[in-house]
Write a protein that binds this ligand. Sequence first.
Ligand code: SF4
Ligand code: SF4
Length: 372
Amino acid sequence: MYYKQYGDTDMKVSAVGLGTMRYDEEDVKAGRLEKCAEIPLYAFEKGINYWDTAPAYCHDKSEIITGIALSQVKRSDVYVTSKVNLGTLNEDASRDNFRRRLETSLDRLKTDYIDFYHMWCMLNLESWEKHMELLYGFFEEAKSEGLIRNIVFSSHMQGNDIEKVVETGKFKGMLIGYNALNYRFRQSGIKAAHENGMGVVVMNPLGGGLIPQNPDDFSYLTRGTDLTVPQAALRFVASHKEITVALAGCTTKEHVDDAVKAVENLEERPAEEIAAMYEAEGLSFNNLCTGCSYCKGCPKEIPIPKMMDAYNQYILTGKKDAITSRIAYHWDIPKAKAAECIGCRKCERQCTQHLPIVERLAEIAALPDIEE
Ligand code: SF4
Ligand code: SF4
């Protein structure tokens, strides 16, 4: 396993970390939690010492499963995370409620402390400022008592907004979505964090599945290696000097093996060098929808992620009829829904990729229907 130093701490963390939101669905539903816990234990055997969990993952069982595994290893050999935000607290920002939530996570994880506690899922600066005002003091208090070791945040903000958060010096590290699709979008943020001595952990390294689903478009990532496209996409992220840990969501032991292989003999390079190297071979994909579904809540109930996924096909193939066939044959939804958009831009404010959804929907609406 390849290890990196986490920011300006003395912690050595594995270049790939375990994402614990993908424990086997059937096992979780059937209550076979001990069986699920074999995954973090196997990952540990393979040298993965960074385990990222949260309330709500896996029908709210992820922390429990992760705790079963954590109690079977020497506690100081693993770095474990969890997360909280106003949503998790049902908007009750009282100290008692924050403490109850934290204590629940500690109980479930069967531990006295959490190594990295996230101010979770800051979608924009406005939301982050509100969380700072209402919750940051509670984070500090818990840290001073040793219940959490490091205060970190997770975010879908774009690079220059991330820079603003980084500059406050209030966080030891951050968790962001970064991959071969959107790297340009967040590069200034990861550089700023790195320069400020923060650890940078990356989620969604496979672009919401879009990279493995389009192996031909991303085969350039594998050139000169014996890696599969998903392995190469993980390596793409892990090889950034500015990135400390790339999270791999693992359901099976094979997924763990894939993640381990992705960072064998890793060579670290600065982000700009990597971008230039890959752009000489491939394309820049910042403008693709990653299917994250943060744009939910459309007043007209337009299935935005599906529409934007269909638009992705156009970007990837250059053919407009790829949009209509994706809508009709893959998603089986009425294309006419696109025309119902009233342009309120609620979705765009929430979009993690900051896509021009309204314009794209108008383009989709104007396309000819597929002839029967
Ligand atoms: S801009 Fe259109 S698609 Fe977006 S939330 Fe409003 S109505 Fe829905
Ligand atoms: S449109 Fe934006 S927010 Fe919605 S799924 Fe795609 S990337 Fe995510």
